[in-house]
Design a protein around this ligand. Structure first.
Ligand code: 13P
Ligand code: SF4
Length: 313
């Protein structure tokens, strides 16, 4: 059973108090529960959160996102304590890529650059030339001198980038994000019939057929910018349902329509993102548990592709 409003208010008070006492910062991704976004010091997409993690002067970073995001914060801040509210909150797509597999691909294509989506585990980053996020992937790939790209692990973000950089050859890892992959045009098109003036905005992790019917394709932050400012009152949103919270905060005068996805938890819903709760944030901050730790050599090697990305964008 969830907390009552009174209990939730008490938990929030305690978190805010501990944050101040311990000089801690709470970073949250847009897919986090609304009550977490409401008390975060910063809410953003993967790129913005990586930048915030690099800039912060807090002693403790509590990262409300999935594991690879908290790891990224640790890799960029090896001297800080990074706490992850729930170690069970991983990313199924990140787990689809292995370091050994990437090394093998690199052997087969020695002239290719290994471009890893930030949605990878730290060991995969150690064998990557550069990381990308959904917001900057096209820019980063264009900036590379190599004409051949090994793109890991999201085949759909990879093909989206490949279409915009036709001068380069792409070798795509066959990973995918289950919630975005399961969103089909058949779920979006009836909504378009219901709201003929509506624009469709989707995340590039969606499958190719879904991306084809969209008016706009972008990262979570870019979807917010587009949906809250475009000239249609109704906007059909093809990404994780957690984004609704920020969309309605930024511009409450519009109607954001999220499809029902019968195959995956009822909506486009990332079960892993929702494993973080206010109770867990309070517990990790209070007891300073679930600290992200990585071997020094992993941090050093994984930092290189991340820093290279941050220099390009
Ligand atoms: P962005 O916030 O970079 O768009 O990424 C979405 C995502 O799936 C994170 O796991
Ligand atoms: Fe991973 Fe997809 Fe969840 Fe993002 S939304 S954390 S890519 S499973």
């Amino acid at each position: 059973m969830g907390n009552t409003v009174l209990e939730q208010n008490e938990i929030v008070e305690k978190i805010l108090d501990l944050k101040e006492k311990k000089n801690a910062v709470l970073l949250a991704h847009y897919y986090q529960r609304g009550e977490i976004q409401d008390i975060a010091d910063y809410v953003g997409d993967s790129l913005e959160l990586a930048k915030k993690a690099q800039e912060t002067d807090a002693d403790i970073i509590v990262f409300a996102g999935v594991k690879f995001m908290a790891e990224t914060a640790k890799i960029l801040n090896p001297d800080k304590k990074v706490l992850h509210p729930n170690p069970e909150s991983g990313c199924p797509m990140a787990d689809m890529a292995t370091m050994e597999g990437v090394i093998n691909l690199k052997k087969q294509h020695p002239d290719a650059a290994v471009v890893s989506y930030v949605n990878t585990n730290a060991d995969v980053k150690t064998v990557s030339d550069v990381t990308v996020t959904s917001r900057n992937a096209v820019k980063v790939v264009k900036a590379l001198k190599e004409d051949k790209i090994i793109f890991v692990p999201d085949q759909f973000l990879g093909s989206f980038v490949a279409k915009q950089v036709p001068e380069k050859e792409f070798i795509l890892w066959k990973g995918f994000c289950p919630p975005h992959f399961n969103l089909s045009p058949e779920q979006l098109l009836p909504l378009k019939e219901q709201y003929p003036d509506a624009k469709i905005a989707v995340h590039p992790e969606c499958n190719t057929e879904t991306v084809k019917i969209a008016d706009f394709v972008g990262s979570t932050s870019q979807i917010i910018e587009y949906a809250t400012t475009c000239d249609s009152e109704n906007v059909i949103i093809g990404t994780e349902v957690g984004l609704k919270h920020m969309l309605e905060k930024v511009n409450p005068n519009k109607n954001y329509i999220f499809p029902v996805n019968a195959d995956y938890c009822g909506t486009v819903h990332c079960c892993d993102m929702k494993k973080n709760t206010l109770d867990k944030i309070l517990e990790v901050l209070d007891k300073e548990i679930n600290e992200i730790t990585l071997p020094e050599d992993v941090i050093e090697k994984a930092a290189r592709p991340l820093k290279r990305m941050l220099e390009i964008v």
